[in-house]
Design a protein around this ligand. Structure first.
Ligand code: TYD
Length: 131
């Protein structure tokens, strides 16, 4: 799901985008992280989460996100504007790629970092989806 956040501003003064936890997002934000300076050709992610829900925003530059639901259904989104958020629900295998040099990919997450919530094996992900 793509969320179009309300951006205020104009070309004279620039733009401001505000995101309020649980109002503009379908969850409470407990953690924020971002990735940047991703070398050309690198793909990241390669995991799903048991419970975590996230919203990804390319606050600078652009990148693509592959979302795989484990049932032959896949979607590719391009994030290329700081007012676009992509919700990654729990149990969605995701990979991020085609990062522009200036890409800063911000993640708003529904919970604290917990390695135990990660599914890092694609085979295991498929096995859980099929159960
Ligand atoms: P990693 O899962 O490899 O990132 P990606 O999903 O983009 O491929 O995470 C990189 C490192 O950062 C790894 O050592 C775990 C750590 N990390 C944290 O400490 N806190 C966090 O909130 C996240 C997302 C990762």
């Amino acid at each position: 799901m793509i969320i179009n956040f309300n951006s205020k501003g104009d070309n004279n003064r620039g733009f401001l985008t505000a995101i309020e936890s649980a109002k503009d997002l379908p969850f409470e934000i407990k953690r924020v992280y971002y990735i940047n300076k991703i070398p050309v050709g690198i793909r990241r992610g390669f995991h799903a989460h048991h419970q975590l829900v996230q919203c990804l925003i390319a606050i600078s530059g652009s990148c693509k996100i592959l979302m795989d639901y484990g049932n032959e259904d896949k979607q590719i989104f391009e994030l290329n504007a700081p007012f676009l958020g992509l919700i990654i629900n729990k149990m969605v295998w995701h990979e991020m790629y085609d990062f522009s040099d200036d890409c800063v990919l911000l993640a708003l997450a529904s919970d604290y970092y917990n390695e135990g919530d990660y599914i890092r094996s694609y085979d295991k992900f498929i096995e859980i989806v099929k159960k």
